[in-house]
Design a binder for this molecule. Structure first.
Ligand SMILES: Nc1ncnc2c1ncn2[C@@H]1O[C@H](COP(=O)(O)OP(=O)(O)O)[C@@H](O)[C@H]1O
Ligand SMILES: [Mg+2]
Length: 258
């Protein structure tokens, strides 16, 4: 049974405008899937719907996680089950340090795994895990005591996001445009971090407009996403085709059908 399964997923905006128009996709542990599509094709809408964002309505179809129907589940429930989403525009949380944010997030997952009973991580164990993850991802220790995303550079935000992922150990990670606004060093850290976490415990869905991040994360499957639908799926070579010739071929098809 695959970890994440989207079945004929349709997503609309709050005003009812349909954006995602029937997506079938399965992502399992050990797999990296890339969804590549032009701006405005509905990629972020798809990732918000997977995350359970209340502003995006699932109007048809299903999302299954490890065989459970989570189509109606809240965002908290999804993340506690092991779904992790890194967004294109992370929010700042003034007044909450990176350390406290991470500890709260870890404790929420531990509580859910412990049948709803608090099971807080010890300070010692938390610090050990945090420092090990920071060293691995080359995040400076100074960042841990700062307020989350408050005045962070694009690269710092992404490093903290990947740090959060390394500590929460999700089973499926969805990364929406993680490459935008990153310099090459930060991009290498982020993609190296994701790559090192993908394995028997985790699979990843990398959503991107550009091929750049795929030079550092090797996808097993590439899906071309145009106008709310997957219009073609293939192996990593499909990303090269897109880089060379863009989305025109599929967009023209769309116009011909419309
Ligand atoms: N919260 C929202 N309010 C209004 N329009 C939205 C909202 N989210 C997405 N859209 C619209 O839905 C379409 C798809 O957007 P999006 O999912 O962000 O695409 P992508 O991530 O592929 O660039 C766009 O026309 C966008 O303007
Ligand atoms: Mg987007």
């Amino acid at each position: 049974m695959p970890l994440l399964e989207l079945k004929d997923l349709h997503v609309a905006l709050e005003d009812g405008t349909p954006i995602v128009k029937g997506v079938d996709l399965t992502v399992d542990a050990n797999e990296v899937h890339a969804i590549m599509g032009p701006n405005g094709s509905g990629k972020s809408t798809l990732s918000y719907a997977i995350a359970g964002h209340p502003a995006y309505q699932i109007t048809q179809g299903q999302i299954l996680f490890d065989g459970q129907d989570i189509t109606e589940a809240g965002a908290d429930e999804r993340s506690q089950a092991g779904l992790f989403l890194a967004f294109q525009y992370p929010h700042a949380i003034p007044g909450v340090t990176v350390t406290n944010f991470l500890r709260t997030a870890i404790n929420a997952v531990r509580k859910a795994k412990n049948g709803g009973v608090d099971d807080p991580i010890s300070i010692k164990e938390f610090r050990e895990q945090l420092f090990a993850a920071m060293d691995k991802l080359k995040v400076s220790r100074e960042l841990a005591s700062r307020y989350l995303n408050d005045g962070f550079s694009g690269g710092e935000k992404k490093r903290v996001e990947i740090l959060q992922m390394a500590m929460l150990k999700p089973r499926i990670a969805v990364l929406d445009e993680t490459d935008s606004g990153l310099d090459i060093d930060a991009l290498k850290v982020v993609s190296g971090g994701v790559q090192s976490l993908v394995g028997p415990e985790m699979g990843a869905l990398v959503i991107t407009h550009y091929k750049r991040i795929l030079e550092y994360i090797t996808p097993d499957h590439v899906h071309v996403f145009v106008d709310g639908k997957i219009v073609e799926s293939g192996g990593p070579e499909l990303a090269d085709v897109l880089e060379a010739s863009g989305y025109e071929r599929w967009e023209t098809q769309k116009e011909a059908v419309a």
